[in-house]
Design a protein around this ligand. Structure first.
Ligand SMILES: [Ca+2]
Length: 233
């Protein structure tokens, strides 16, 4: 092959490259669709359940109603109300028992105890003048009568676990006045637990990602070959 042939081949190759290989940049404006991630706020209602547990220490107290004593030694007119602690000693001597009353006065008192186990419970009373103790309506200690000096008595009662009602009646006829009540301490103080379940609906705002398509106008550059370039409009 001579030099002329080689030259002709190179020229032919250049022509093919110029004509067919896309080497000419052409700018054009095009509308394109572009995916865009956006965030939208969404309100969600959530059910919230809460349990609030409270514990409370309870102690027995006596609800006391005072009465005047009649000539027959019975409870007469009501004089007023007060409270005694669960375990108490009142030694009024010859002084006032309630307001201006030194003598011919009495009270009726009620309380509730909580026995934390099945078993014996000890009650003790010392009284001047008369006194009676009832447990769940049953007479347990009887120191009634016009006893002009202090009397005392202890009693053991078998009680089941749970709440029990006590009733105490006492009166003072004349002279010194005294009352003492005692009981096993584990029955006058107890703990109660209360659970409150609340259901509320709370609104929360969350962000939700969303992909939307937007159209954009873009200037694009593409490469075309000479033939395409010449035939473009
Ligand atoms: Ca007395």
């Amino acid at each position: 092959m001579g030099k002329a042939h080689i030259l002709a081949f190179v020229i032919a190759l250049l022509i093919i490259i110029i004509l067919l290989v896309p080497i000419i940049p052409v700018e054009s404006i095009k509308i394109v669709e572009v995916p865009v991630e956006t965030f939208t706020e969404k309100t969600i209602t959530e059910k919230v359940i809460r349990t609030i547990t409270t514990t409370k220490v309870e102690r027995a107290t006596w609800d006391v109603t005072w009465y005047a004593i009649t000539g027959e030694g019975k409870f007469g007119g009501e004089l007023g109300k007060t409270k005694f602690p669960a375990i108490f000693t009142y030694d009024w001597g010859y002084g006032n028992v309630w307001k201006d009353y030194k003598d011919f006065i009495g009270f009726e008192a009620y309380t509730t105890i909580y026995v934390p186990r099945d078993g014996p419970v000890n009650f003790y009373i010392r009284s001047d003048d008369g006194c009676r103790l009832y447990v769940d309506g049953k007479l347990v200690i009887d120191l009634w009568g016009r006893l002009f000096y202090p009397q005392e008595e202890s009693k053991t009662v078998y009680l089941t676990k749970g709440f029990h009602r006590l009733r105490l009646i006492w009166y003072e006829w004349r002279g010194a006045a005294y009352i003492r009540f005692n009981v096993d301490f584990d029955v006058v103080e107890w703990t109660t637990t209360t659970s409150i379940v609340t259901t509320t609906y709370e609104q929360k705002i969350t962000t939700v990602p969303t992909i939307i398509t937007v159209t954009e106008t873009k200037t694009l550059t593409e490469f075309v070959n000479l033939l395409q370039y010449l035939t473009r409009k």
